[in-house]
Structures are given as C-alpha cells and as structure tokens.
Design a protein around this ligand. Structure first.
Ligand code: GTP
Length: 597
C-alpha cells in the first residue's frame, strides 16, 4: 500500500543537544536545504533566532531514496527543548510512529532527555537513540552508552554515533528511520479521521491547519467537520510543507500535511480537534490533547498609543499555534483595559511579548507575573487569584496556599553544594538525592513555583557552569505565609507592580524592587520617590533624582538633524512606556524587578 513508504517521526532532545543542527543535516540530505549559509531553517520565527531555541514545532516533508532502492516520504517535526514547552513535544509525538532521541556525547543524559523519553514511551513510539557531537574531544561515547542502558533501558548497541555538525553518520540516521520506524497503519477506506496538531493564521489562506491523517483521505472540495468545535467547512487546499506549502491533490491515511478551508473565524478553532467528513463522519474523535494548564499569569496591556482591539485580535491569532496561551479581559486602575494572560513559564511570556512586537507590530506592557494562589475566605469558601491585585481584604482571609512543584535536577557532583544552597534559598525542601553514577547526582526537591519561575533556571545554569539540568511538575497547593507587597511610584500605588511575596523575604524583596526600579525608570524633570509597602507600612524607599535641564540642552547641542534623530528615538522608546502618575515606566521594568541580584 502507499503507506509502506511513509515515515512520520520527530526529533527529541535536551536543550542544545543538537536537534536543530541534525534537522538541518537531514534536510540537506534529502535535498531540501542546499545552501549551508541558510542554517537552522526550522527555527524560522524571528524570535527563535534571537533566543537560539526552537519554540514552535515545524513539520517538513522530504523524500529519501533508501539503500533498498525505494523512495520514502519522510515527515519530520522539530520539537522545542526548553522545559517551558514540553506540551509542544507531546503534541508533535501524537503525529508520529517513531522518534530520534538525540543525546550530546559530552553531556550525556540530562533532565529533559529523560522527560522527553518518557513522553515518547507514553505514545508507544519506536525510540532511536542518537549520540551526537562525537567530533568533540570531550565526547564520552562509552559513558553515554552506559547511561542509555541504565537510565533508559534501551540497547546501547542500537545507538547511532553521529556529528550533526560535520555530517558524520547522517546516512545511518536516514537508514535507521526507514528500517526501524514502522510505516503508518491507517485505514484508507474508513471515514476521515485527521488530527489537527498545529495551526497558524495566514492573511490570504485563513487558518492553515497542520494535520495527521489517521484514516480515510482528504481533498479539495471535501465537506469537513471539526468534531470538537462542531464547525463545518469546505476544504480549499491540501498539501505538505517543504519550508513552503506544496499543494497536493489529496492527503491519504498515514500522511502528515496541511489543509486550508478559508477559516477566518479563529476564535472557535482548536488544536487537538479531529477533522472528519461532514456527510460520512467517523464514529469517535481521536484522543485530543491534555488541556495544558498555564502556571504563570501576567497582565498584558496596550502600550501608549496602541489599540485594545488590535491586541485582542493578535492574541487570538497567537493562540492558534500556542494552545497553552490563555487570556481574559482585565481592567487595571493604572493601565486601563487589557488582558490577564496565562503562560507556561517566564520564557513563554517573553516569547509571546516578542511575537506581539515582531509579528504584529504591537507594543505592550506586561505586568508583574504571578503564580496562582488558593485563598480560603473566613466563610470557608475558596477562590483562586492570579494577581496580587485580586487579593481580598486581609480581614476576610483565613488561609493562603501557594503552588509547589516537584523538581528533578541532574548535575555533576562538584556543584552539589552550590545547588543545594540555591534550593534552600528558594524555600525548597530536598526530598531525595540519588547518585546516578560516579560523577552525577540527581536531586529531587519540592519547591514553591513562585521561586522558580523567574530566574531559577538561569541561576541553576550559572552556579553549575551550564551543567545542571532540570525539569519539574506540579505537585500541590500548600499553606504558606504569603503577603501582598505594594509599590508606590511618585506616591501612587501602582497596581501593576503589586506582588505576592513570602513573609520572610518581604523586606529583602521590597528593597530589591525599589533599587531595581531606580535603575529601570529614567530620570524625569522632577524627583520621583519609590516606595515598597506592606499594608500602610513603608518597608523600603529610594529616590530618582531630577534631570537637570541644562544637561538636556547640552546633549542636543546645535545640530538640528541630530536633535531630530534623538527625538525620534525617544518617541520610539516611548512606545514601550506607560505613564503612571506622571512617570514614564518602561516595559522591561515590570519583569526585570523580579530578577534577583
Ligand atoms: P534547541 O533548539 O534550543 O533545543 O537546541 P538544539 O537541541 O536544536 O541544539 P542546536 O542544534 O541548536 O545545537 C546546539 C549547539 O551545539 C550549537 O552551537 C551547535 O552548533 C552545536 N552542535 C550541534 N551538533 C553538533 C555536533 O555534532 N558537534 C559539535 N561540535 N557541535 C554541535
């Protein structure tokens, strides 16, 4: 059958172990990427290039003439490696029969190698271990093979040895894909069952849905129904993606590709939905995705001069391929109408913020991110809040609970002391410590989510010279002594800067926030007092000195073009500011104040 020559696979790995580089080599090998200068084509979003990480999963179809003389259609999907984006990985895996599990020969198995491995195992996929970077002198191939046997329970003899950088061993990867990953097994004669695993909005085509056809077939003109949203459409185009969209006459069972159907109303379109024929529907939809629960919440507000409706539209379009993003309308005293949005982590928030800027040309203000808190009121009722401004009056509160996570940290022994200290500083509780082998240890610790969302990952990396890796999962809500910290700028409480803090760290946090704000808010023509307060008690203060007028005059000088340029630059910068009580607060201020020195 036609399915015999199809292979659907994904590449999974710990961050920086070489997925993108391997993807490029595979694309080259199948003739999709000829120019070496256009490296890392799969990281096509501008934001990804800047962060150097893969955020969105991409699907690419190529053709490969195998040693057995047959030509195979290879559909492969790039997956992100950052701990914030595990949900994207499981999404991609649902469209595959097998995965390449890339392991850096110099680093061995890391926390996300394990978590990705388990995701693939859950989906019953064939797993091909690939040891990468064997060109490096510090490669420890035998050590990694041992870990593959011990930690993953896979046969180390099956591991492929490659260098994605030099291209060494890429041919063995292609052959392994063809020989070890099974062909898809859909029933072409059954009614259509296709899983929507990704989508994006194109201004000409409308929604472009990335689909995996499990049963039946889909072609132009078909009347289709999205089973979960119960929406009907007529298919306009189907095809596969080769960097660009390549239209085909039909997508049959087993294939991965895209469909368009002039879907313009994006609000009722969902990733994870099943597409079927309207007139001859399949019996059951495919198992969709686990609803992803956001962990971190922040207000997003249009910056000066931007439109609320534009922001609403942009968020809906972003949600098309970012199912984890949630948003609801939110009214802030300081910032006006905006949205309270849910994110998987701080990196996710920053990426959304950057995508709004780069892809939609929208400047926005992000308020202080917060986790969710569970509040028990005096009358016994329970409410969840996602921002300090929603905290009810102290007199009405019986108990506040904060989310805890269970984290797994893998690191070389020599950094153990530093990392245990970091865990303790972040109110963590060490639960277990396992010596994995002679020089690596795994720490299992319970940590308050609020203490890790901001800069824990960065700190972990810098305290271990890049060697520690971590992963976490939600554990439970626990009673905690949390209080609200208010920030006053120029004598006014700024609701968007209020935050929930632990009692023991309130003073330190208050001081650190006003000190940071002092650096972040530019000087004005008047003096700006900055204060941190708990209730009516001021616990820290700083002052931003007034800008002297003559300094301004001198810096502009007499050169009129230079002056105009400066003014234009100032206007540009202004886009990312909000004026609160006469004071211009730059966008970065709201997130930067949370980072600790
Ligand atoms: P994310 O997309 O961020 O998850 O990273 P990734 O896993 O895709 O890693 P990427 O391909 O970006 O590679 C990370 C770094 O390792 C880059 O600097 C690559 O140039 C380098 N690298 C990848 N493969 C090899 C290899 O075989 N040998 C050597 N020496 N370096 C490699």
């Amino acid at each position: 059958s036609h399915q015999k020559y199809i292979r659907n696979f994904s590449i999974i790995a710990h961050i920086d172990h070489g997925k993108s580089t391997l993807s490029d080599r595979l694309l080259e090998a199948i003739g999709l990427l000829k120019d070496k200068s256009s490296e890392q084509v799969l990281d096509s979003m501008e934001v990804e290039k800047e962060h150097g990480i893969t955020v969105k999963a991409h699907t690419v179809t190529g053709f490969y003439k195998a040693q057995d003389g047959n030509t195979y259609q290879l559909n492969f999907i790039d997956t992100p490696g950052h701990v914030d984006f595990n949900y994207e990985v499981s999404r991609s895996l649902k469209a595959c029969e097998g995965v390449l599990l890339v392991i850096d020969a110099t680093q061995g198995i890391q926390a996300q190698t394990l978590s990705n491995f388990y995701l693939a195992l859950e989906e019953n996929l064939v797993i091909i271990p690939v040891i990468n970077k064997i060109d490096l002198p510090s490669a420890h191939i035998d050590m990694v093979k041992e870990q593959i046997e011990k930690d993953l329970g896979l046969d180390p003899a099956e591991a492929l040895l490659i260098s994605a950088k030099t291209g060494l061993g890429i041919d063995t990867v292609l052959e392994a894909i063809v020989q070890r990953i099974p062909a898809p097994k859909g029933d072409i004669h059954s009614p259509l069952r296709a899983l929507v695993f990704d989508s994006y909005y194109d201004s000409y085509l409308g929604v472009v849905a990335k689909v995996r056809v499990f049963d039946g077939s889909i072609k132009k003109g078909d009347a289709i129904t999205f089973m979960l949203s119960q929406k009907n459409y007529q298919v306009e185009e189907v095809g596969y993606t080769q960097i660009k969209l390549v239209p085909q006459s039909e997508l049959r069972a087993g294939k991965v590709g895209y469909i368009t159907a002039a879907i313009k109303s994006i609000s009722d379109f969902g990733v994870g939905d099943t597409i079927t024929w309207t007139n001859k529907p399949c019996a059951e939809p495919l198992p969709g995705y686990k609803e992803v629960k956001p962990y971190v919440f922040a207000g997003l507000f249009p910056a000066e001069g931007e439109d609320f409706e534009d922001l609403h539209e942009a968020l809906m379009k972003l949600k098309l391929n970012d199912a984890a993003l949630t948003f609801e309308k939110w009214n802030s005293a300081a910032l006006g109408m905006g949205f309270k949005c849910g994110f998987l982590g701080l990196l996710h928030l920053q990426i959304v913020q950057e995508r709004l800027d780069k892809e939609f040309d929208l400047a926005i203000i992000t308020t202080i991110p917060s986790v969710e808190y569970r509040i028990t009121l005096s009358d016994g009722s329970i409410m969840m809040i996602e921002s300090a401004t929603e905290l009810p009056d102290q007199s009405k509160i019986r108990q506040i609970e904060e989310p805890f996570v269970l984290s797994h940290i893998i690191l070389p022994n020599e950094y153990l002391g530093a990392i245990l200290q970091l865990i303790q500083d972040r109110r963590g509780i060490q639960r277990n410590m396992i010596y994995i082998d002679t020089d690596r240890v795994e720490i299992i610790a319970e940590l308050p989510l609020a203490e890790i969302i901001y800069d824990f990952y960065d700190k972990l990396k810098s305290f271990s010279r890049g060697y520690a890796s971590f992963d976490y999962e939600f554990l439970e809500f626990r009673p905690s002594e949390i209080i609200k910290l208010d920030i006053l700028v120029n004598g006014k409480v700024v609701d968007a800067l209020a935050q929930m803090v632990h009692k023991d760290t309130a003073y330190e946090r208050g001081r650190s926030v006003v000190t940071r704000l002092k650096d972040l808010i530019p000087q004005h023509l008047f003096v700006i007092p900055l204060q941190a307060a708990i209730g009516s008690k001021i616990i820290a203060r700083e002052t931003i000195k007034a800008l002297r007028k003559d300094v301004l005059a001198k810096c502009y000088g007499g050169d009129i073009t230079r002056k105009r340029k400066l003014l234009e630059k100032q206007k540009e910068g202004k886009k990312r500011m909000r004026t609160i009580g006469n004071v211009d607060i730059p966008q970065e201020a709201f997130i930067e104040v949370l980072k600790r020195g």
